[in-house]
Design a protein around this ligand. Structure first.
Ligand code: GN1
Ligand code: MG
Length: 373
């Protein structure tokens, strides 16, 4: 009873190869899935910062597979950056701290999987973009990330969450949730449910192009929210990409789509004043510029043609996932207030509408990118 956070986390941190004890711990509230803590340890000479995480077992059913991918991806990124002459390697990619027995995760007596990363100094994250420059940096960061992983050696990565962006299956899950309506919540979400049904036709477009072989499978991040980019405190440049649990075989369009979702409206994901939520073209232009400056070298024309559409699709898919979770009782995304997932859904659907109104000009922006800027 009455255990402090430090007392609770200390024995876990001790399992990792950190020379000294945990001194201070703080809950990190960013992210809807894993439990994350910022911890400060005495490392024998001074204080060092680390990030301690407990993997959400309900969401990631095979944590060792997640860790296997993570370790391979981090090692490859580090090697590539080193080859490119990067001087600040420890800032540009995540570094896992091994346990005292040489593994990259620790399983506690409850069967929970824990891992520790070295803290990266002088960075911060944002929950919403504050300038076109931010949008450009998000695009560049994830474009470079994809580009660095193009030649990851070895076997195909594990699918840590199968069918993660299978929008058709996401839609089926939504329909089931509406039919079951276990908590009688559908009546609070009539307009959103109707909006979702009206958009069913878009759910298969990328899936069909993938299955016809028109779009290649690549290694992708799959969770390219702006808040998954660490930004330099001094220069505001993107430093590193985090949240690598869903890095797996996928489609670059989904990555770009989630960047459109999180970096082209200057609002929070759960903004309740919907009049503020809109896709802003200057942000989109910069996002495209940043992304294609890195990914333009390897994307096929079929992929490019669907970039603008992907923004609509992934914003819709994410709204649909929030709505499904709301209907089923908020078991997946962590919520901080009642109806939080419904609010999040409304914000996404408002953004979908705004994208729809500007889809043609977005398409032109992508088509006119010439790589000379
Ligand atoms: C989750 O873990 P976090 O909060 O960065 C989710 C993403 C959603 C996002 C919506 C594994 O990301 O797919 O797009 O919330 N991650 C998982 O904010 O489901
Ligand atoms: Mg995250």
């Amino acid at each position: 009873m009455g255990q402090t956070l430090e007392e609770r986390l200390g024995p876990i941190v001790e399992r990792f190869a950190i020379p000294g004890p945990l001194v201070q711990a703080e809950v990190c509230k960013i992210g809807h899935i894993n439990e994350t803590y910022w911890v400060i340890c005495y490392d024998g000479r001074g204080l060092s910062r680390y990030v301690l995480q407990k993997i959400n077992r309900h969401v990631f059913q095979n944590p060792p597979a997640v860790m296997d991918n993570l370790e391979r991806v981090c090692r490859h990124l580090r090697n590539k950056l080193k080859q490119q002459g990067e001087s600040q390697l420890d800032r540009r990619c995540l570094t896992l701290v091994p346990t005292r027995t040489g593994q990259f995760y620790h399983v506690d007596d409850q069967g929970e999987h824990w891992r520790v990363f070295v803290g990266i100094d002088g960075v911060r994250t944002y929950e919403a973009v504050e300038s076109p420059y931010h949008a450009r940096e998000v695009g560049r960061a994830f474009g470079e990330f994809q580009q660095l992983l193009v030649d990851l050696p070895g076997e195909r990565l594990h699918e840590t969450i199968p069918d993660f962006h299978h929008t058709r299956k996401r839609f089926e899950a939504f329909v089931q949730a509406v039919e079951q309506d276990p908590l009688n919540r559908a009546r609070n979400a009539r307009a959103e449910i109707e909006f979702a049904f009206r958009h069913q036709p878009i759910t298969g477009i990328i899936l069909d192009a993938l299955s016809r072989g028109e779009i290649p499978e690549r290694i992708t991040h799959n969770d390219t929210k702006f808040n998954n980019v660490l930004m330099d405190l001094a220069t505001d440049r993107a430093v590193a990409v985090v949240d690598l649990d869903t890095v797996m075989p996928g489609c670059v369009l989904y990555d770009f789509g989630d960047m459109v979702r999180t970096a082209t409206s200057p609002t929070l994901e759960d903004e309740q004043d919907l009049s503020q939520v809109r896709m802003e073209l200057p942000l989109f232009r910069q996002l495209v510029e940043g992304y294609l400056s890195a990914a333009g070298s390897f994307l096929t024309s079929a992929e490019r043609n669907l970039l603008a559409f992907a923004g609509k699709l992934i914003t819709f898919e994410t709204g649909l996932r929030f709505l499904t979770d709301y209907l089923l009782g908020d078991n997946y995304f962590r919520i901080h207030r009642p109806r939080h997932n419904l609010d999040r859904c409304r914000t996404q659907f408002k953004l979908v509408e705004s994208i729809e109104q500007q889809e043609e000009v977005m398409q032109q922006v992508v088509a006119s990118w010439n790589g000379h800027k």
